[in-house]
Design a protein around this ligand. Structure first.
Ligand code: NAD
Length: 296
């Protein structure tokens, strides 16, 4: 069994680190928040005093941090992980961050002879706790095969998306599509109601016709048809509108750099920015239904 340093024990990292400890690994955990660290200790991890203390003697480092700036700050520079770990240590960043940061951190790791992958996840807090996440991994084949063994302890579906940064590319493209289909699904349900169709009747028809999508059949934004969907609990998150906006902004940033036309992605970003501006971005992302149907 490996010794793993796990940095970032928030909503996602807490459950992921717990699953590694449950699988029998020694998990040396660190988070800036004492509450998060105490939660990890309660689920079998060992508290470290700092990031560098956590990585001391570890075979594998896993990070699950909010954004690109946090990932750059823990890996790069003279006090960063890359400067301190010995060759042979595998680095895995599971955070959702901008592609440029992911590629530059992996480049710095490789320049020191270390193997590193970007491995962002799909699936929320419940999937992190249950060990059923989907991982989209970017990096060399050799780094991917080493990471895969560990990622299988935290997830159900593990994909090699290609070279460094391609995990982040897959993640932002997927979530841009999710944001777009969610807004479209809200528009269809709001219009159906105004045209005299109730939500269940429209769902029964469209979910077996060509308008069907995951946003409709797994996460229906209109209350009623999908009992487990956040629409049936006043849009309590789930995956917040704020997180969707973060991912849509990353997608627009990537699209602008790649000179790729994403007019619907841009529109989805603008709509989720209205959720933020109106103070409603703590709702589940399917709560954009309220903006579309005018009930916000
Ligand atoms: P979170 O804010 O709950 O957790 C992040 C943790 O990182 C916090 O506990 C924070 O204290 C810690 N942290 C920040 N800087 C640190 C540092 N320098 N050293 C040590 N700890 C540090 O966020 P989360 O919901 O767990 O999300 C983590 C990542 O996963 C994000 O990139 C997010 O976009 C992505 N993600 C989240 C979800 C979700 O549903 N929550 C789903 C998919 C992907």
């Amino acid at each position: 069994m490996s010794t793993i340093a796990f940095i970032g024990l928030g909503n996602m990292g807490g459950g992921m680190a717990a699953n590694l400890a449950k699988a029998g690994h020694i998990v040396r955990a660190f988070d800036l928040s004492n509450d998060a660290l105490n939660g990890a200790v309660a689920s079998g991890c060992i508290a470290a005093k700092s990031t560098l203390d956590a990585v001391d003697g570890a075979d594998i480092v896993v990070t699950m941090l909010p954004a690109g700036q946090h990932v750059r700050s823990v890996y790069l520079g003279k006090d960063g992980i890359i400067a301190h770990v010995s060759p042979g240590v595998l680095l895995i960043d599971c955070s959702t961050i901008d592609i440029d940061s992911a590629r530059s951190v992996i480049e710095a790791a490789e320049a020191k002879g270390l193997q590193m992958v970007d491995a962002p996840v799909s699936g929320g807090v419940a999937a992190a706790a249950a060990g059923t996440l989907t991982f989209m991994v970017g990096g060399t084949k050799s780094a991917y095969s080493k990471a895969q063994i560990l990622l299988e302890k935290m997830g159900k579906n593990i994909f090699h998306a290609g070279a460094a940064g391609n995990g982040q590319a897959a993640k932002v493209c997927n979530n841009m599509l999710l944001g777009i289909t969610m807004v479209g699904t809200c528009e269809a349900f709001a219009l159906a109601e105004k045209l005299g169709l109730d939500a269940q009747t429209f769902y029964d028809i469209s979910s077996t016709a060509s308008g069907q999508s995951w946003s409709m059949t797994s996460y229906c934004p209109a209350p009623g048809p999908v009992l487990t969907a956040p629409s049936n609990r006043d849009y309590a998150a789930g995956f917040t509108a704020a997180m969707m906006l973060k991912d849509l902004r990353l997608a627009q940033d990537a699209a602008s750099k790649a000179k790729s036309a994403t007019p619907l992605g841009a529109q989805a970003e603008a709509l989720y920015a209205l959720m933020e501006a109106s103070g409603n971005d703590g709702l589940d992302f399917s709560g954009i239904m309220k903006l579309i149907d005018g009930s916000l």
